[in-house]
Design a protein around this ligand. Sequence first.
Ligand code: ATP
Ligand code: MG
Ligand code: MG
Length: 344
Amino acid sequence: MKGKAGRSIAAISDVRAAVSRFCDEQLSRRLDTHPVAEVHQKVSACVQAVDPTMTPYIFGSTAVLGIHEQGSDVDFVCLSPTDVQDGKGADAVSEVAKGLQSDFLFRLSEAVKREHYLWGIELVRRTRVPVLRVKGGLGVDGVSFDVTANRRNGVRNSALLRAYFTQCPEARWLSMLVKQWSKKTGLNASVDGGCITSYGWNIMVVYYLLRRRLVTLVPVESCDVADISPMPPYMPLETPQQGGQGLADMLMDFVSYYLDEFTPETEVMSLTRAAGETTKEMLSWTKQAEDMARIRGEKIHYRWCIEDPYEYDLNVGRNVTPFKLMLLRKHLERAQETALLLLA
Ligand code: ATP
Ligand code: MG
Ligand code: MG
C-alpha cells in the first residue's frame, strides 16, 4: 500500500494483528511494581541513615505508566519536608543548590556502599542535575536506579504524564509501543548514539493525543508534590478494546502525524499551552539562539522542539542535531512500512 507521499505503508490488517501480539506478550509478563517497592524500601533505609527528614519519591516510568517494565530503570528523588510542602515550587538551579544536592548524594552513596557492597555506584556531579547511578546486584536487587535530590520537577512531570495516560485507555499502550520502538531503533537516548529520552517520547505521544483531541489539556499547575504519593500506585494493564484495532489505527496515525503534519521548522511540542499554539519564535528558540546556547559546554539544538513543562527554557529535544533529525525521519518512514518494526 502507498501513502500520501508515495511511501509504502503496512496494511492495517497486518498492523492490527501485530499490535494484538504485542499486547498479548506484555500482558503475559510480570509488570507489577513489587520489585520497585522492594528497592524503594532499601533506598529508604539508606536515606534514613543519612538524613531522616528526607523522603525518597519514585518518578519516571513507574509513576507515568503505573507498572514496572523489564529493562526500565527506577528514578528516585529525595525530597525534604519543605520541598514537599511547597509542592508547586520551582526547582533551584544555582550552583550552590547543586553543590548541596551533590553533598547529600555523596553521603547517600557512602551509606549505600556500606549496606549493599555488591551494587555498582557512580556519583555524577557534572551533569545538569547531579545524580547517583546505582546498578543493583543479582535477583531482586538487579534493578538499576538513579537518585537525585531536592528536585520536584520529575515528580511533577511524571504525574502530569500519568494524568494524560489515564484519560484514554489506548494512551498507555501507545506510550509503551513507541518507547520500545525508540529503544530498538537506537533513537532513544538510553541507547548509545540515541537522542530523545523516553520522557521526550512520552511528551510527543501526549502532544499527538492533544492535537487529535483524544485527551484534554491538564493544567501544568495542577500537579502538586504535596498531593503525590512517594511510591506510585500500581495500575494493572487492561486488554485493549476490540483486540487492539483502535490502538493499531492510533499507532499508524501517530507516525503519520510526525511525518506529514507536525512542522518542526516552526512548531514546538508543548503541554503548557493549547496544542498547536507554541512556536519556536515565541520561545526565542531560533537559529541565533542555537548558535549561542550551551549547557555545560554542549551545544543545544532547536531542530526538534519539545518544551519542558516545568523547567524554564529547556528543550527536551535539545540533542536532536540536523543529522539525527534526518535519521528520525528515516526511522519514521520505516515505521510506517513495518508498524514500528512489529512486522519486521
Ligand atoms: P524508561 O522506562 O526508559 O526509564 P522513563 O519514563 O523513566 O523511561 P526517563 O527518560 O528515564 O523516562 O525520564 C525520567 C525523568 O528524567 C523524567 O521524568 C524527567 O524529569 C527527566 N528527564 C528525562 N529526559 C529529560 C530531558 N531530555 N530533559 C530534561 N529532563 C529529562
Ligand atoms: Mg526511567
Ligand atoms: Mg532514569
